[in-house]
Design a protein around this ligand. Structure first.
Ligand SMILES: C[S@@+](CC[C@H](N)C(=O)[O-])C[C@H]1O[C@@H](n2cnc3c(N)ncnc32)[C@H](O)[C@@H]1O
Length: 220
């Protein structure tokens, strides 16, 4: 099954995609390979972002003139491919993930897209990798899509490392609708974080109902 915005019917999801720029052959093959891995039970079926979210993130990266970006939670590399595509030739994307196996798939597609020289992958716990980075304003864009109970720490760690006006995107902030009736620790962590961010003076905040909820924070 292809990932889709959870509030859309399959027909509306198809319409949304048909009305947006289409993934090219490399992105389409990566989406298909990841879907096949999910069908074989090798990876969770809900990990990858929806194609329309990828298109949005590519456009946003370009529209904001992002030069340096960081991604927390890379998996098979689709969201990173989209962000890297939106960067200028001398731009860079730092990807943080624990999985050598899943990111090996990512590396293949980044190379095929001619983007390998724009992307640096660091394997290991992203909390530690982030903490090891100098606490100076570095990134214009950050995308967070890893352990949900760790989002609050990621947001705190990212704040000093974002440039003025820099944007942080947080994925899955609607938890497939369960924010209204939290069922597990991940849901509860996001409910708590969503409430805290709405009142956090460090950021301008909007929760967009795109895909599974995409919160956009702009550093004041
Ligand atoms: C939902 S997937 C990311 C999907 C990816 N953004 C995409 O669109 O294809 C979550 C990823 O976070 C990674 N992850 C989970 N906890 C982590 C941690 N503490 N540090 C680094 N990576 C982590 C997992 O290995 C997994 O690849």
């Amino acid at each position: 099954m292809t990932p889709r915005s959870f509030l859309l019917t399959p027909e509306l999801a198809d319409y949304v995609r048909a009305s947006s720029e289409r993934p090219d052959d490399v992105a389409a093959d990566l989406l298909a390979e990841t879907a096949a891995m999910a069908d074989r039970g090798e990876v969770p079926p809900t990990f990858q972002i929806a194609p329309e979210q990828g298109t949005f993130m590519q456009l946003l990266t370009r529209a904001l003139g992002v030069r340096r970006a960081v991604e927390i939670g890379t998996f098979t590399g689709y969201s990173a491919l989209c962000v890297a595509r939106g960067l200028p030739d001398d731009g860079s994307l730092l990807c943080l993930d624990t999985s050598e196996e899943w990111t090996a798939v990512a590396r293949r597609y980044w190379a095929r897209a001619g983007l390998a020289d724009r992307i640096e992958l660091r394997l290991g716990d992203a909390h530690e990798s982030l903490r090891a980075l100098p606490a100076v304003q570095t990134f214009d864009l950050a995308f967070v899509d890893a352990d949900k109970t760790g989002y609050a720490d990621y947001v705190d760690q990212l704040h000093p490392r974002m440039t003025d006006g820099g944007v942080v995107l947080l994925d899955n902030t609607l938890r497939n609708g369960r924010v209204l009736d939290p069922q597990n620790d991940d849901d509860r962590a996001l409910v708590e974080l969503n409430a805290a961010l709405a009142a956090d003076p460090r950021w301008e905040t909007v929760l967009l109902p795109l895909s599974d909820g995409l919160t956009m924070l702009r550093r004041r």
